[in-house]
Ligand binder design. Structure first.
Ligand SMILES: *Cc1c(COP(=O)(O)O)cnc(C)c1O
Length: 398
């Protein structure tokens, strides 16, 4: 089937296709039920077929879908207002995707210094193992040579140091440095969490040198770690933040949030997007917030995230030769394993009907919808245990 596809071969796709979803479960075309700990790469925050999301989409479909940003978009104004009220930010720019949100974040930082007369201050310190999406700009921002290979000269202005190494960051600062860009918990890179000390250290360095702190919370944000945004765990605030994935819970949407002072030079003509923040997308963004800003939502995610951690710790004790390290936070959980992660993910999917993800550094990534229950987690972990048992048995007979 696959080799007959009319599509680019950019994805190593499985032949599996889904028809229907309900909560944390997906149903294939042949009716087989799958437990979804993949959530469309941390997108389906509210699971599949959430009644409020379905009703909101139907209601929005009866209204104006799109007008472009030439006109006032009430749904966008409202979504922006709610984000501002619930975060460090004073201003938002809406995009269609995560990578555009990070692009906007970097453009905002550079433009801020340019407008303040510091025209040479454009360099951004970013981190090895990071991921910021696939535009020409953001493959240069990410600390991974592989994303750049074959695509011509990398956009200049990015420097990379290892995460959780404050001394290395300090050493990399020059008079040209305008900002530090990082994911509080790296997603694609292998679920490495930044320590609270590191986050606070970066904030202090930014304050000391007059630089801006940009967080890419495209994956770690929107409740995934048990708080609205992952940086809240360290008690610091960024100056600019990129969000996407869970923000639309399946409807394409992203946003760049910034402090008012930082965003004030972004005047007409400096940036734009045709689709970004259109009425339909923002209606869905508001529907997501209706659910997430309800009292107790993030506390529940935190609770279930801690249960996931506990179950994974039990798994690690039971299979010390398979589970090498537990990473991540909340429902962005990584398990560095001994067996090839691609084989494990395929086995989980095809034989145990559990959808999980890979991450770099041979990490198995679990990203269930935020509405997952402990019973779902127990089921997922027992399927993982079954696979590890098979690998152990194979080893014993080899
Ligand atoms: C997924 C992701 C992106 C890119 O988002 P797209 O919507 O695919 O453009 C950027 N940063 C992080 C941290 C991500 O996880």
């Amino acid at each position: 089937m696959r080799n007959m596809s009319a599509l680019y071969g950019t994805y190593a796709r499985s032949n599996l296709a889904f028809e229907r979803g309900e909560g944390v479960r997906l149903f294939a075309q042949d009716g087989t039920e799958y437990l979804d700990f993949h959530a469309g790469v941390a997108v389906n925050a509210l699971g599949h077929g959430d009644p409020h999301m379905v009703a909101s989409l139907k209601a929005a479909a009866e209204k104006v879908w799109h007008t472009a940003n030439t006109f006032t978009i009430p749904e966008q104004e409202r979504l922006g207002q709610r984000l501002v009220e619930n975060t460090f930010a004073d201003a938002c720019f809406f995009t269609n995707s995560g990578t555009e949100a990070v692009e906007c974040a970097v453009k905002t930082a550079r433009h801020y210094f340019w407008a303040n007369g510091e025209k040479d201050r454009y360099e951004v310190i970013a981190f090895t193992g990071s991921f910021h999406g696939r535009t020409m700009g953001m493959i240069a921002a990410a600390g991974n040579e592989h994303y750049l290979e074959g695509f011509g000269p990398a956009l200049p202005g990015f420097k990379h140091v290892d995460p959780n190494d404050l001394a290395a960051v300090e050493k990399a600062i020059t008079p040209q440095t305008c900002a530090i860009l990082l994911e509080p918990v790296q997603g694609e890179g292998g679920c490495t969490e930044m320590t609270a000390d590191f986050m606070r250290g970066l904030r202090a360095l930014c304050d000391k040198h007059g630089m801006l702190l940009i967080l890419d919370e495209v994956q770690s944000g929107y409740g995934r770690t048990g708080k609205f945004f992952a940086h809240e765990w360290s008690g610091i605030e960024p100056d600019i933040m990129a969000v996407a994935k869970g923000i639309g819970a399946g409807f394409p949407l992203g946003a760049c949030l910034a402090k008012g002072e930082v965003a004030k030079s972004m005047v007409p003509g400096t940036h734009g997007s045709t689709y970004g923040g259109n009425p339909l997308a923002c209606a869905m963004g508001n529907a997501v917030l209706d659910r997430m800003l309800a009292p107790g939502f993030f506390d529940q995610v935190d609770k279930v995230g801690q249960r996931l951690k506990w179950h994974l710790q039990q798994l690690a004790q039971r299979f010390p030769d398979q589970v090498l390290e537990l990473r991540g936070r909340g429902l962005l959980a990584g398990i560095r394993i001994a067996s090839p992660v691609r084989d494990v993910v395929a086995k989980l999917r095809d034989e145990h009907h559990l959808l999980a993800m890979t991450a770099n550094e041979n990490v198995l990534r679990l990203l269930p919808p935020l509405v997952v229950t402990e019973a779902d987690i127990e089921e997922a972990v027992s399927r993982l245990a079954a696979v590890f048992e098979e690998f152990e048995a194979a080893k014993a007979t080899a």
